[in-house]
Design a protein around this ligand. Sequence first.
Ligand SMILES: [Zn+2]
Length: 121
Amino acid sequence: MADNMADKLDKLGEALKNGGKAVGDKISGVLDIAKLNLEVRKNETLLEQKFIELGKKYYDEHKDETPEEFTVIDAAKRQIASLKHQISELKGEKVCKKCGTINSTDSDFCKKCGESFNSED
Ligand SMILES: [Zn+2]
């Protein structure tokens, strides 16, 4: 009878161990998937960065040829510059009339080209 009980406990222990292993396997499986997904995302991000770099390089090399795409890019750049200018004015920053550099409110001269902000004409 005692042997029978020991036998049952052994079987229960075995079952728990196997069950634990299954849970462990499941967890490590989930972790493996998470790790792999992370690797995928890392490589996707790298690809995106490379494509952006490549696009910028291509743009710089060919911007004088002005195909349709470049006109859109140039327009977006002008729009960004104009918007930044408006933001700066709202913030009270001084935008240099000569070189377009944004200077802090209390500047007397442009930090880039030295243009004076005091002579209002
Ligand atoms: Zn300037």
